[in-house]
Design a protein. Structure first.
Length: 117
């Protein structure tokens, strides 16, 4: 499979993940997001950037709990309310498996089942 970005063909696997991670840039990310039915906002980009930085430093994917924690920092309220609100917001941003969609759009390798636990 492939996507066209700025006149260039970018190879993806059968699940839409980049074959060559070096092909990633923001235009490629926007095209991957569009293929997922996602229109990128500042909130989307913030999570993509945090995910890429975390992966660069630790070579592991962020879990759903990690993503909720990142979002919770920007919300106000009691810890329980904040966590619940952040989880709901995460699914509003990335409605079909946030961990998978964020990893795909961020140009990271495909998640393995152990990465989502």
């Amino acid at each position: 499979m492939a996507i066209e970005v700025n006149g260039q063909t970018i190879e993806t696997d059968e699940d839409g993940f980049l074959v060559n991670r070096a092909d990633w840039n923001q235009d490629v990310a926007a095209a991957l997001a569009q293929a997922e039915g996602i229109e990128m906002t500042d909130s989307h980009w913030g999570l993509i950037d945090a995910t890429r930085e975390h992966y660069r430093k630790h070579m592991v994917h962020l879990t759903g709990n990690d993503l909720v924690h990142i979002l919770s920092k920007s919300l106000k309220g009691t810890p329980h309310e904040t966590r619940h609100d952040a989880n709901q917001y995460l699914y509003q941003l990335f409605p079909h498996s946030p961990e998978k969609q964020i990893s795909k759009i961020a140009g990271l390798p495909k998640l393995l089942p152990a990465d989502t636990e």
